[in-house]
Write a protein that binds this ligand. Structure first.
Ligand code: ZN
Length: 155
């Protein structure tokens, strides 16, 4: 385990996760994810399921990301469409398996792109996927306020 992984594991406590102690059956009224055996999944909930808001949807409502990925650099500028395409592909794959891992927003600024995620692990995985595909420089750190994981990929 690298120092970076250890850091992430230690700090990955999520105030939104406390809201998951729910009675079953339950399903999210916003996205339809079902709370089943202590986990969120994309299966149909029974009709009597209680309507709740899942942590990912709550983060979207609050605009309070768990991870923020920033993309910078000349390469990123020139290949922006392709780079964002890769980000969306990784999201697709992750969200299908893990309903709580989602991209909240992708904002294209002049010199950079900002991607907000509902789980820190997704921001980290996106950064790793970009680094694996295109090389460049990858950096992680937690901010002091709120424990948001900041990931910077630059090329
Ligand atoms: Zn939801």
């Amino acid at each position: 385990m690298t120092r970076r992984d250890r850091l992430i594991r230690e700090r990955e406590h999520d105030p939104y996760k406390l809201r998951q102690k729910l009675h079953e059956p339950a399903a999210c009224g916003d996205c339809g994810a079902r709370y089943h055996k202590g986990r969120w999944e994309w299966t149909a909930a029974p009709a009597e399921a209680a309507r709740v808001i899942c942590p990912a949807c709550q983060r979207v409502r609050d605009d309070y990301p768990a991870g923020v990925l920033t993309l910078r650099g000349e390469f990123n500028l020139r290949h922006r469409e392709e780079v964002i395409g890769l980000v969306r592909n990784v999201e697709d794959r992750e969200t299908r398996r893990h309903p709580q891992k989602r991209i909240m927003s992708v904002v294209e600024g002049e010199g950079e792109v900002t991607v907000k995620t509902t789980e820190a692990a997704l921001a980290r995985n996106l950064g790793t996927a970009l680094h694996d595909a295109y090389d460049g420089k990858l950096d992680y750190h937690y901010t002091d306020e709120g424990g948001v994981l900041r990931v910077l990929w630059e090329r």
